[in-house]
Design a protein. Structure first.
Length: 279
């Protein structure tokens, strides 16, 4: 353990960077089949947030205000992220932060980064599509989800110009990167849960565009005949993905790596209370 690591509830920023780099290099060197299976699991697990939102809208029959509605949906959407992050499965929007760090440090190549991103991204989308199909088939049949609920959810992310989706995706990627970084800083499970809930609930509260959770929402709406076309899905997904990459890669990975790399040498200060009092 690093000598500059504190004994409190969080790690030093140098140790956070080391831990994120170690985790990223482990995944970069992991067999692609293992990463792919983990990515499918993450896509499935994060999609529980979409299911819970659809159930809330179906059961509630209306909310007292838009603030209450957004607060409830944001809290429910964050549960899926807790499942993913604490379950340590591979989510693309976590790797837009974590896997960039060893590339910045010269310990991995851009080709290796893009290879990892490709496997995780495709497998996440497969998981999301499978879960959206489950929602479309089981939800209405079981009476827990009304098709119109996913029409409402989809309309919160689809009808925007490309630049709005892009910038919204930047914010979501930024928040997701912060969640990854802050979880790495925490030493106990309770702190991690709280931090994940706070940061990812902010994504749902917007709602800001997240490539994977949004994919489940849009695909479920499309499968349920709620007005989302394949072209709309592809367009929103493309701009959201770019925004997520920029948000996590630039505003978290690059800036945090830069401030740690330029922190300077550790300064040791010897303090003797008796000597100071005599002086």
């Amino acid at each position: 353990m690093s000598s500059d690591e504190p004994t409190g509830a969080t790690l030093s920023y140098r140790r956070i960077l080391e831990q994120e780099m170690e985790n990223a290099l482990k995944e970069i060197n992991r067999p692609a089949k293992g990463v792919f299976l983990s990515g499918i699991s993450a896509g499935l697990n994060v999609s529980f947030g979409a299911l819970f939102m659809g159930m809330a809208l179906s059961y509630a029959g209306g909310f007292s205000s838009s603030l209450v509605e957004q607060g409830v949906l944001a809290a429910l959407s964050s549960v899926g992220f807790v499942f993913v992050i604490l379950g340590q499965t591979e989510l693309f929007t976590a790797h837009t932060t974590m896997a960039v760090i060893p590339v910045l440090d010269g310990r991995a190549t851009l080709r290796e980064l893009l290879g990892l991103w490709g496997v995780v991204y495709v497998s996440n989308l497969v998981g999301c599509a499978l879960f959206a199909g489950l929602i479309a088939g089981l939800g209405p049949a079981l009476g827990v989800v009304q098709p119109s609920a996913f029409g409402t959810i989809a309309q919160a992310v689809v009808p925007y110009p490309w630049w709005v989706i892009l910038l919204s995706g930047v914010v979501a990627g930024w928040l997701m990167g912060l969640a990854t970084w802050l979880v790495a800083a925490s030493l106990d499970a309770i702190s991690r849960v709280v931090l994940v809930l706070l940061t990812t609930a902010a994504i749902g509260f917007g709602p800001f565009h997240h490539a994977l959770l949004g994919s489940t929402e849009m695909l479920a709406a499309m499968f349920l005949g709620q007005g989302v076309t394949p072209a709309q899905f592809a367009t929103v997904l493309a701009w959201t993905t770019i925004g997520n990459v920029v948000g996590g890669g630039v505003f978290v990975a690059l800036l945090n790596y830069g401030h740690v790399a330029l922190a300077g040498e550790k300064v040791d200060v010897d303090f003797d209370p008796e000597t100071e009092m005599n002086d």
